[in-house]
Design a protein around this ligand. Structure first.
Ligand SMILES: Cc1ncc(COP(=O)(O)O)c(C=O)c1O
Length: 459
């Protein structure tokens, strides 16, 4: 095994040596990832997941603060340098003569729509580029015609902003919103049955996450979409955490609308998202900002948001190239490998409980929730930060319109640049906390429901 790794190392060095030294030093993240991928082309994703030489090449694509251990990558992820530099470049360019270059980049960015659609499995005419998942999902949520009394079925563990959006429609237009509660981890069949049971003759919309932002609970998207379609119900899926995280094709989900946060797992520059809308459904959704009638069945109507920084969208092209250079399967396998490395070790401790499903076939990749019996997660997060400089997020349920849940957990989310050493430090820190306890803080003892919401929103 060792000799294979060394020979691969030699291959990478040889690849570098074949080109002029100055250029080799400047090799960007995409080139590094591509040549690393070439060198493991004969290996399965699970084999590559364990290959630290491969992942070292990927890690070098980022400028990070390694004085901190970032295990909250479910928030917004660092973008690879190559994508960040592209944003700077396009910003410079636009600034020279905005009226000329903005329009030009807007036109050129059509190539990004084509590439996104090809990578994630839909027609380019079904792919709108947005500034994040909130925008994408609110287009779908606010864009549907609903009458007073019409019903939306969603869950208590959907994203707070999306729940607030339904809540506002409820207050404004008198629609009814049913929020399903479920214990975690939940089985796919159970989730299906809960939605099936919640249907009434007035149900017009199903809204749920592909995976939640809390415990990464996976939902049976295709089965729920088929059920919905058979009853004339529209499905809006929150894919903020799913696309670019683990492989699937949008068209296979069979949902009507799907919103994504591309600054999460695709590692795009901050301010990128997308909205997939099934072609026949495009005329059924109004855009959030008005568009001419001529555009009724044009996916671009959802992008009509006035002047905005096109440089950020142009940088998405590089993030996508980086993702493709690593390979979606290799990336998912690595994220699962990192998660299983800490979760399998910690779950043996009698006080540690895992709230995400670790079993095969895989339902958990880079996001997993954990708690230690008897320790408030806010205290635990503070302890991890104070003593080990580990960044995590404590999850504590709030009150409607926010998420409601009766567990506490730390959400742990590594990424492609996370090292094994960082994962192992987390394991050591958690064992320290479980065995020796952590200082308790006033913040946890006195928390008001409002504070609870704030904690839960820190992601
Ligand atoms: C499940 C879920 N939906 C929607 C969003 C909103 O995404 P954005 O911040 O890109 O608007 C998030 C962000 O954390 C999320 O986790």
């Amino acid at each position: 095994m060792k000799s294979t790794m060394w020979s691969r190392r030699a291959f990478l060095q040889a690849a570098g040596a074949a080109i002029p030294a100055a250029f080799a030093f400047k090799a960007d993240a995409v080139e590094r990832a591509l040549s690393a991928s070439q060198s493991v082309a004969d290996k399965t994703p699970d084999e590559v997941a364990k290959d630290e030489f491969f992942w070292r090449e990927i890690q070098l694509g980022f400028k990070l603060d390694r004085t901190l251990i970032n295990l909250n990558n479910g928030f917004t992820c660092p973008t690879p340098r190559v994508a960040l530099e592209a944003v700077w470049r396009y910003m410079d360019m636009v600034n020279m003569l905005p009226v000329h270059y903005q329009g030009m980049i807007a036109k050129n960015a059509e190539t990004i729509r084509l590439r996104m659609a090809a990578e994630f499995g839909c027609d380019p005419e079904e792919m709108a580029l947005t500034r994040g998942a909130s925008e994408a999902l609110q287009i779908a949520q606010n864009g549907l015609d609903l009458q007073p009394g019409d019903e939306v079925v969603t869950t208590e563990q959907d994203y707070p902003r999306m729940l607030t959006t339904w809540d506002q429609r409820m207050r404004r237009q008198g629609i009814k919103v049913t929020r399903i509660q479920f214990a975690v981890p939940a089985g796919q069949d159970d989730l299906y049955r809960m939605f099936e049971k919640a249907i009434t003759p007035k149900t017009k919309v199903f809204h749920f996450c592909h995976i939640t932002n809390l415990t990464a609970q996976l939902f049976p998207v295709q089965r729920l979409s088929r059920l919905a379609r058979s009853k004339g119900i529209v499905t809006i899926v929150d894919g903020a955490h799913a696309l670019g995280h683990f492989p699937f094709k949008l068209r296979d989900l069979e949902c009507d609308a799907y919103g994504v946060s591309l600054h999460k797992w695709l590692l795009a520059p901050l301010g990128n998202g997308c909205l997939y809308v099934r072609r026949e459904m495009i005329p059924k959704f109004w855009p959030l900002q008005a568009a001419p009638e001529l555009q009724d069945d044009d996916i671009r109507k959802f992008e009509a948001i006035g002047t905005h920084p096109w440089a950020i969208r142009a940088g998405l092209g590089e993030a996508l190239a980086f993702h493709q250079a690593i390979g979606a399967e290799r990336k998912a396998a690595r994220l699962r490998y990192l998660t299983l490395r800490w979760a399998n070790e910690l779950k043996q401790h009698p006080k540690v409980k895992i709230l995400s499903n670790l079993a095969e076939p895989a339902e958990t990749w880079g996001v997993c929730a954990v708690y230690i019996e008897g320790i408030d997660v806010r205290d635990l997060a503070k302890f991890l930060m104070d003593k080990y400089r580990i960044v995590s997020v404590p999850l504590v349920g709030g009150a409607p319109p926010n998420q409601v849940f009766d567990y506490q957990a730390l959400r742990i989310s590594p990424n492609v640049y996370t090292t094994l050493e960082e994962i192992d430090t987390f394991v050591t820190a958690m064992k320290d906390a479980a065995d020796n306890g952590v200082p308790s803080t006033q913040a946890a003892a006195d928390v008001s429901p409002f504070d609870g919401v704030l904690w839960a929103n820190l992601r």
